[in-house]
Design a protein around this ligand. Structure first.
Ligand code: URA
Length: 264
């Protein structure tokens, strides 16, 4: 994941600041006073308290439309752009009714690393991009601490629409979106997958085991004929609530970095 050309002084300084900030959060002593982390992307500040979920509009009775077949739509998509269009045109997940935007992915679809999270929150719903709120900023800092950015990672979720009130997506909603998520993996062909949080870990590893037991342990994810090692780690939103767990997440990131280096 080393760039072809030497980083500029500004890039190097930004990377150093991010690393020091992460180490400090992870409880690792550093001599240099920690500086504020660099913002990897500019996004609107998150509101302190989430406003109530938008009321479900009572739609006028519409004529019955034939149900869309997510598996067929996903299979018919032969590239990432077509898959994105298919997801955007899919009406089979109720989450879409209360969401403002479809949140598909950000980053580089050809990157060796795919990051899979739980589902869009309020900021993601507004911007139509995954992980752009507070937890996204922490995710960016975590990735920056091992030298990764939007050019070297591809970021998505197990559902494409915000669950109302930021609740967790239900098993049914995850299963409805699964054909698209699996096709996403098959088309992006990541060399490694980082599963952030218990929901995406359980969904992608098809296990009832919790994140406490699974984090830091490599497994294999196979989707549409593509198979890649996958590492579960804590969700950044959890780390914002429980910063004392950052040292474990740092250990996971180092394991990820080592595996990425083995590939290159
Ligand atoms: N949390 C997630 O799991 N995904 C997002 O896109 C944002 C927050």
């Amino acid at each position: 994941m080393t760039p072809d050309h030497p980083p500029s002084q500004a890039d190097a300084l930004a990377a150093l600041k991010s690393l020091v900030g992460w180490w400090d959060d992870a409880g690792i002593a550093v001599d240099i006073p920690p500086a504020p982390p660099p913002a990897l992307r500019t996004s609107a500040p998150e509101r302190k308290s989430a406003p109530a979920a938008p009321a479900v509009k009572s739609a006028p009775a519409a004529p019955e439309k034939p149900a869309q077949d997510a598996s067929a739509m996903a299979r018919d998509a032969t590239d990432i752009a077509a898959l994105k269009a298919a997801v955007e045109s899919f009406d089979g997940c109720d989450l879409k009714r209360t969401a403002r935007n479809t949140v598909f992915a950000r980053g580089n679809s050809e990157a060796p690393l795919m990051v899979i999270g739980e589902g869009p929150g309020q900021d993601e719903d507004r911007e139509g991009l995954p992980f752009v709120g507070r937890s996204g900023q922490l995710l960016d800092r975590m990735l920056a601490a091992i030298g990764l950015d939007e050019a070297s990672a591809y970021i998505t979720n197990v559902v494409f629409w915000r669950p109302p009130g930021n609740r967790k997506p239900s098993t049914e909603e995850i299963e409805i979106c699964r054909p698209f998520v699996e096709r996403h993996i098959a088309l992006a062909k990541p060399r490694l997958i980082l599963l952030v949080g218990g929901i995406s870990t359980q969904a992608m590893l098809k296990t009832p085991q919790g994140i406490m037991a699974l984090r830091g342990r490599w497994s294999q994810v196979t989707a549409g004929g593509h198979s890649a090692p996958a590492l579960p780690t804590f969700h950044p939103a959890f780390l914002l609530r429980r910063p004392q767990e950052k040292a474990k997440a740092w250990a996971d990131l180092l394991s990820l970095q080592e595996k990425l280096e083995e590939l290159s």
